[in-house]
Design a protein around this ligand. Structure first.
Ligand code: FPP
Length: 246
């Protein structure tokens, strides 16, 4: 990580979220099938997990499979699920060596049983690690998450568990999949696409957005450093003026 020494360790983003995009195009450029890109995307996942752990970032959330991704060709969905199971088995060692705790957000009930089983296994085995919290967004959609939160809150109001007057932003936070995570500070999307694609809509309210042309399988620890260095050059005003901050 050559660029790591340009990072101010006192001002690290607490929570980095990544939309890992461009696996299909990376494979196509090499005349290979899409899944070849996903398989190589796994290396980039290891790079960012190790990179965040080494730098001391608290939370990393990766968009691994969206609610909309279920509509991809059946073979690609199956291959992605198989890749998930194999990666979890292989990466457990990386997680333990780097003190990483695995967490998951999304509609886990929709995943194949093998994937669910392996996820729960790795979550259990890493639950005492107190370094980086790695959250995988699987069968995740932000609108689905917000809809579920509203349903639960509405039920609680109906059953007199909470009163409408007391609903505030923290009530909503507490009912999202991400209730135990801080807001996103830095959102990265690879492959040159500049959109959010139903990812953490509530949680990125004040995130700094970083888009790079790099395709996901090519993303390295130094690319992660570049994004963090760029983040540290920004002034985060949270609605205030520059003068108020200084
Ligand atoms: C987007 O690229 C990528 C995905 C939908 C899947 C992400 C999966 C991985 C990075 C594999 C490894 C991850 C884990 C957690 C095991 P795309 O297929 O949309 O690319 P394209 O836009 O070029 O077609």
């Amino acid at each position: 990580m050559e660029l790591a020494n340009q990072i101010n360790k006192e001002r690290l983003p607490k929570h980095i979220a990544i939309i890992m995009d461009g696996n299909g195009r990376w494979a196509k450029q090499r005349g290979k099938i899409r899944i070849f890109g996903h398989e190589n995307g796994k290396n980039a996942v290891r790079q960012v997990v190790e990179g965040c752990a080494e730098l001391g970032v608290s939370c990393l959330t990766l968009y691994a499979f969206s609610t909309e991704n279920w509509n991809r060709p059946k073979l690609e969905v199956q291959a992605l699920m198989k890749l998930l199971v194999n990666s979890l088995k292989e990466e457990l060692k990386t997680f333990q060596e780097n003190n990483v705790r695995l967490n998951v957000i999304g509609d886990i009930s929709a995943l194949p049983s093998k994937a669910k089983k392996e996820l729960l296994n790795v979550i259990e085995q890493t639950k005492h690690n107190n370094g980086l919290v790695l959250t995988l967004a699987l069968s995740y959609g932000s609108r689905d998450e917000i809809k579920n939160a509203i349903k639960t809150i509405a039920d609680k109001v109906k059953n007199n568990i909470i009163s409408t007057d007391l609903i505030d932003e923290s009530t909503i936070n507490e009912h999202l999949y991400t209730h135990n995570l801080p807001d996103v500070d830095l959102l990265i999307r690879t492959s040159g696409e500049c959109r959010i694609s139903n990812f953490l809509l509530w949680q990125i309210a004040y995130a700094e957005l970083y888009f790079t042309e790099t395709l996901w399988p090519d993303f390295t620890k130094d690319d992660l450093c570049k994004a963090i260095i760029n983040y540290q050059q920004r002034e985060r005003r949270f609605g205030k003026t520059s003068e108020q901050l200084n």
